[in-house]
Design a protein around this ligand. Structure first.
Ligand SMILES: Nc1ncnc2c1ncn2[C@@H]1O[C@H](COP(=O)(O)OP(=O)(O)OP(=O)(O)O)[C@@H](O)[C@H]1O
Length: 253
Protein backbone atom coordinates (compact mmCIF):
# COMPACT_ATOMS: atom_id res chain seq x y z
CA UNK A 1 0.00 0.00 0.00
CA UNK A 2 1.56 3.35 -1.00
CA UNK A 3 1.78 6.16 1.54
CA UNK A 4 0.40 8.55 -1.04
CA UNK A 5 -1.20 7.87 -4.44
CA UNK A 6 -1.70 10.50 -7.15
CA UNK A 7 -4.10 9.66 -9.96
CA UNK A 8 -4.63 11.80 -13.04
CA UNK A 9 -3.43 14.89 -11.18
CA UNK A 10 -3.44 18.10 -13.22
CA UNK A 11 -3.08 21.72 -12.25
CA UNK A 12 -4.16 24.63 -14.38
CA UNK A 13 -3.57 28.07 -12.93
CA UNK A 14 -5.99 30.96 -13.31
CA UNK A 15 -3.89 32.46 -16.10
CA UNK A 16 -4.38 29.30 -18.20
CA UNK A 17 -0.93 27.73 -17.57
CA UNK A 18 -1.18 23.95 -17.44
CA UNK A 19 1.60 23.47 -14.84
CA UNK A 20 1.01 19.73 -14.30
CA UNK A 21 -0.79 17.31 -16.60
CA UNK A 22 -2.21 13.93 -15.76
CA UNK A 23 0.30 12.70 -13.18
CA UNK A 24 0.02 9.18 -11.80
CA UNK A 25 2.49 8.59 -8.99
CA UNK A 26 2.70 6.27 -5.99
CA UNK A 27 5.09 7.02 -3.15
CA UNK A 28 5.92 4.11 -0.87
CA UNK A 29 6.45 4.58 2.84
CA UNK A 30 10.09 5.17 3.63
CA UNK A 31 11.38 5.63 0.10
CA UNK A 32 13.64 8.44 -1.13
CA UNK A 33 12.35 9.88 -4.39
CA UNK A 34 13.68 12.83 -6.40
CA UNK A 35 11.62 14.91 -8.79
CA UNK A 36 14.11 15.96 -11.48
CA UNK A 37 13.38 18.29 -14.34
CA UNK A 38 14.10 21.60 -16.05
CA UNK A 39 12.81 24.91 -14.79
CA UNK A 40 9.07 25.28 -15.19
CA UNK A 41 8.19 21.57 -15.51
CA UNK A 42 5.86 21.71 -12.51
CA UNK A 43 8.05 20.10 -9.84
CA UNK A 44 7.20 22.69 -7.20
CA UNK A 45 3.55 22.74 -8.16
CA UNK A 46 3.37 18.96 -7.77
CA UNK A 47 5.21 19.02 -4.43
CA UNK A 48 2.95 21.76 -3.12
CA UNK A 49 -0.14 19.78 -4.09
CA UNK A 50 1.18 16.73 -2.23
CA UNK A 51 1.67 19.04 0.76
CA UNK A 52 -1.93 20.22 0.46
CA UNK A 53 -0.78 23.74 -0.49
CA UNK A 54 -3.05 24.21 -3.49
CA UNK A 55 -5.61 21.71 -4.78
CA UNK A 56 -5.33 19.87 -8.10
CA UNK A 57 -7.71 21.12 -10.80
CA UNK A 58 -8.27 17.48 -11.80
CA UNK A 59 -7.41 14.09 -10.35
CA UNK A 60 -6.99 12.84 -6.81
CA UNK A 61 -4.31 12.66 -4.13
CA UNK A 62 -5.06 9.91 -1.64
CA UNK A 63 -3.17 8.85 1.48
CA UNK A 64 -3.95 5.15 1.87
CA UNK A 65 -0.89 4.63 4.08
CA UNK A 66 -1.56 7.51 6.43
CA UNK A 67 -1.90 7.03 10.15
CA UNK A 68 -5.54 7.81 10.83
CA UNK A 69 -4.79 8.64 14.44
CA UNK A 70 -2.67 11.61 13.36
CA UNK A 71 -4.63 14.82 13.33
CA UNK A 72 -3.90 17.55 10.82
CA UNK A 73 -1.37 17.43 8.01
CA UNK A 74 1.28 19.08 10.21
CA UNK A 75 1.80 15.88 12.15
CA UNK A 76 2.43 13.81 9.08
CA UNK A 77 4.24 16.16 6.81
CA UNK A 78 7.33 18.35 6.86
CA UNK A 79 8.16 20.89 4.14
CA UNK A 80 11.54 22.47 3.44
CA UNK A 81 11.66 25.43 1.05
CA UNK A 82 14.63 26.62 -1.01
CA UNK A 83 14.87 29.59 1.33
CA UNK A 84 15.28 28.60 5.00
CA UNK A 85 12.43 31.02 5.94
CA UNK A 86 13.53 31.40 9.57
CA UNK A 87 12.13 34.00 11.95
CA UNK A 88 15.01 36.53 12.18
CA UNK A 89 14.03 37.73 15.65
CA UNK A 90 14.11 34.24 17.16
CA UNK A 91 17.14 32.07 17.92
CA UNK A 92 17.74 28.64 16.38
CA UNK A 93 16.03 26.80 19.23
CA UNK A 94 12.92 28.99 19.10
CA UNK A 95 12.76 28.58 15.31
CA UNK A 96 12.79 24.79 15.62
CA UNK A 97 10.27 24.92 18.48
CA UNK A 98 7.74 26.77 16.35
CA UNK A 99 5.70 23.76 15.12
CA UNK A 100 5.65 22.33 18.66
CA UNK A 101 4.56 25.65 20.14
CA UNK A 102 1.78 25.84 17.55
CA UNK A 103 0.66 22.39 18.72
CA UNK A 104 0.65 23.79 22.28
CA UNK A 105 3.20 21.34 23.61
CA UNK A 106 4.44 22.20 27.11
CA UNK A 107 7.42 24.54 26.82
CA UNK A 108 9.92 22.26 28.57
CA UNK A 109 9.08 19.32 26.30
CA UNK A 110 9.17 21.52 23.19
CA UNK A 111 12.59 22.86 24.18
CA UNK A 112 13.93 19.41 24.81
CA UNK A 113 12.67 18.03 21.50
CA UNK A 114 13.90 21.05 19.53
CA UNK A 115 17.33 20.84 21.17
CA UNK A 116 17.56 17.13 20.36
CA UNK A 117 16.64 17.80 16.74
CA UNK A 118 19.21 20.61 16.47
CA UNK A 119 21.83 18.17 17.76
CA UNK A 120 20.71 15.63 15.15
CA UNK A 121 21.31 18.11 12.32
CA UNK A 122 24.76 18.93 13.72
CA UNK A 123 23.94 22.22 15.45
CA UNK A 124 24.55 21.35 19.08
CA UNK A 125 25.90 24.50 20.72
CA UNK A 126 24.09 26.87 18.36
CA UNK A 127 20.72 26.85 20.15
CA UNK A 128 20.94 30.51 21.13
CA UNK A 129 22.38 31.76 17.82
CA UNK A 130 20.22 34.02 15.68
CA UNK A 131 19.76 33.36 11.95
CA UNK A 132 21.99 36.35 11.09
CA UNK A 133 24.83 34.66 12.98
CA UNK A 134 24.53 31.41 11.02
CA UNK A 135 25.95 30.46 7.60
CA UNK A 136 23.64 29.52 4.71
CA UNK A 137 24.23 25.82 5.34
CA UNK A 138 23.55 26.18 9.07
CA UNK A 139 20.32 28.09 8.41
CA UNK A 140 19.23 25.27 6.12
CA UNK A 141 20.01 22.77 8.88
CA UNK A 142 17.75 24.76 11.23
CA UNK A 143 15.05 24.69 8.58
CA UNK A 144 15.38 20.91 8.23
CA UNK A 145 15.32 20.48 12.00
CA UNK A 146 12.11 22.55 12.15
CA UNK A 147 10.53 20.34 9.46
CA UNK A 148 11.57 17.13 11.24
CA UNK A 149 10.80 18.12 14.83
CA UNK A 150 7.23 16.82 14.47
CA UNK A 151 8.66 13.47 13.29
CA UNK A 152 6.69 13.59 10.01
CA UNK A 153 6.01 10.49 7.94
CA UNK A 154 6.94 12.42 4.82
CA UNK A 155 9.50 15.18 4.24
CA UNK A 156 8.94 17.30 1.12
CA UNK A 157 11.94 19.37 0.03
CA UNK A 158 11.87 21.98 -2.72
CA UNK A 159 15.46 22.48 -3.93
CA UNK A 160 16.63 22.98 -0.36
CA UNK A 161 20.36 23.15 -1.18
CA UNK A 162 20.27 25.03 -4.49
CA UNK A 163 21.65 28.24 -3.00
CA UNK A 164 24.58 26.58 -1.21
CA UNK A 165 28.17 26.12 -2.35
CA UNK A 166 29.14 22.67 -3.57
CA UNK A 167 31.05 21.50 -0.51
CA UNK A 168 28.28 22.56 1.87
CA UNK A 169 25.76 20.94 -0.45
CA UNK A 170 27.65 17.64 -0.44
CA UNK A 171 27.86 17.71 3.33
CA UNK A 172 24.15 18.41 3.69
CA UNK A 173 23.38 15.62 1.20
CA UNK A 174 25.32 13.22 3.44
CA UNK A 175 23.63 14.50 6.58
CA UNK A 176 20.20 14.25 4.97
CA UNK A 177 20.87 10.61 4.06
CA UNK A 178 22.01 9.91 7.63
CA UNK A 179 18.82 11.51 8.99
CA UNK A 180 16.72 9.52 6.55
CA UNK A 181 18.46 6.28 7.56
CA UNK A 182 17.74 7.07 11.19
CA UNK A 183 14.22 8.52 11.03
CA UNK A 184 12.88 6.52 8.07
CA UNK A 185 10.56 9.21 6.74
CA UNK A 186 9.47 9.20 3.10
CA UNK A 187 11.60 11.77 1.29
CA UNK A 188 10.51 13.69 -1.81
CA UNK A 189 13.30 15.90 -3.07
CA UNK A 190 12.90 18.43 -5.88
CA UNK A 191 16.08 19.26 -7.76
CA UNK A 192 17.51 20.42 -11.10
CA UNK A 193 20.67 18.46 -10.45
CA UNK A 194 21.20 15.02 -11.98
CA UNK A 195 24.20 14.48 -9.67
CA UNK A 196 22.25 15.31 -6.53
CA UNK A 197 19.25 13.19 -7.52
CA UNK A 198 21.40 10.13 -8.23
CA UNK A 199 23.44 10.57 -5.06
CA UNK A 200 20.41 10.80 -2.81
CA UNK A 201 17.56 8.77 -4.19
CA UNK A 202 16.28 5.27 -4.69
CA UNK A 203 14.14 6.50 -7.53
CA UNK A 204 14.16 9.50 -9.87
CA UNK A 205 10.95 10.78 -11.37
CA UNK A 206 11.90 12.84 -14.43
CA UNK A 207 9.54 15.61 -15.53
CA UNK A 208 9.28 17.65 -18.72
CA UNK A 209 7.72 21.09 -19.22
CA UNK A 210 4.92 22.61 -21.27
CA UNK A 211 2.84 20.92 -20.04
CA UNK A 212 4.51 19.65 -16.86
CA UNK A 213 4.39 15.86 -16.91
CA UNK A 214 6.29 12.73 -15.89
CA UNK A 215 8.39 11.25 -18.70
CA UNK A 216 10.42 8.64 -16.80
CA UNK A 217 10.62 6.84 -13.48
CA UNK A 218 14.18 5.59 -12.99
CA UNK A 219 15.27 3.19 -10.26
CA UNK A 220 18.63 3.95 -8.59
CA UNK A 221 19.62 0.54 -7.32
CA UNK A 222 22.94 1.53 -5.71
CA UNK A 223 23.33 0.44 -2.09
CA UNK A 224 23.34 2.73 0.95
CA UNK A 225 25.15 4.13 2.79
CA UNK A 226 26.39 6.31 -0.03
CA UNK A 227 29.54 8.33 0.45
CA UNK A 228 32.45 9.94 -1.40
CA UNK A 229 33.49 6.54 -2.70
CA UNK A 230 30.08 6.22 -4.37
CA UNK A 231 30.37 9.76 -5.72
CA UNK A 232 33.55 8.84 -7.57
CA UNK A 233 32.50 5.32 -8.62
CA UNK A 234 31.81 4.01 -12.12
CA UNK A 235 28.35 2.98 -10.93
CA UNK A 236 27.54 6.59 -10.00
CA UNK A 237 28.86 7.87 -13.35
CA UNK A 238 26.77 5.27 -15.17
CA UNK A 239 23.60 6.17 -13.26
CA UNK A 240 24.25 9.89 -13.87
CA UNK A 241 24.59 9.23 -17.59
CA UNK A 242 21.20 7.48 -17.67
CA UNK A 243 19.47 10.24 -15.67
CA UNK A 244 21.20 12.90 -17.73
CA UNK A 245 19.97 11.29 -20.96
CA UNK A 246 16.41 11.40 -19.66
CA UNK A 247 16.81 15.01 -18.57
CA UNK A 248 18.03 15.88 -22.08
CA UNK A 249 14.93 14.18 -23.47
CA UNK A 250 12.85 16.25 -21.06
CA UNK A 251 14.44 19.47 -22.23
CA UNK A 252 14.02 18.50 -25.90
CA UNK A 253 15.85 19.78 -28.97
N1 LIG B 1 0.74 30.67 -9.02
C1 LIG B 1 0.97 30.50 -10.33
N2 LIG B 1 0.20 31.13 -11.26
C2 LIG B 1 0.41 30.95 -12.57
N3 LIG B 1 1.38 30.14 -13.09
C3 LIG B 1 2.17 29.49 -12.22
C4 LIG B 1 2.02 29.64 -10.80
N4 LIG B 1 2.95 28.88 -10.19
C5 LIG B 1 3.65 28.29 -11.18
N5 LIG B 1 3.18 28.66 -12.40
C6 LIG B 1 3.66 28.20 -13.69
O1 LIG B 1 3.55 26.79 -13.72
C7 LIG B 1 4.67 26.20 -14.36
C8 LIG B 1 5.35 25.24 -13.42
O2 LIG B 1 5.92 25.98 -12.36
P1 LIG B 1 6.73 25.28 -11.16
O3 LIG B 1 7.24 26.36 -10.27
O4 LIG B 1 5.91 24.20 -10.57
O5 LIG B 1 7.95 24.61 -11.96
P2 LIG B 1 9.32 24.04 -11.41
O6 LIG B 1 9.61 22.83 -12.19
O7 LIG B 1 9.26 23.91 -9.93
O8 LIG B 1 10.33 25.20 -11.82
P3 LIG B 1 11.68 25.69 -11.08
O9 LIG B 1 12.62 24.54 -11.17
O10 LIG B 1 12.12 26.85 -11.91
O11 LIG B 1 11.31 26.06 -9.68
C9 LIG B 1 5.55 27.34 -14.83
O12 LIG B 1 5.24 27.63 -16.17
C10 LIG B 1 5.15 28.49 -13.92
O13 LIG B 1 5.32 29.73 -14.56
Amino acid sequence: MPLVALRGVSKRFGNGTLAVRDVDLDLAAGEFVSLLGPSGCGKSTLLRMIAGLGAPSAGTIAWPGRDEKATGPGRDLGFVFQDPTLMPWANALANVMLPLTLQRLPRAEAEQRAAAMLALVGLKGFETSYPRELSGGMKMRVSIARALVMRPRILLMDEPFAALDEITRHRLNDDLLALWAQERFTAVFVTHSVFESVYLSQRIVVMAARPGRIIADLPVAAAYPRDDLFRTSGEYAHLCRIASGKLKEAIGP
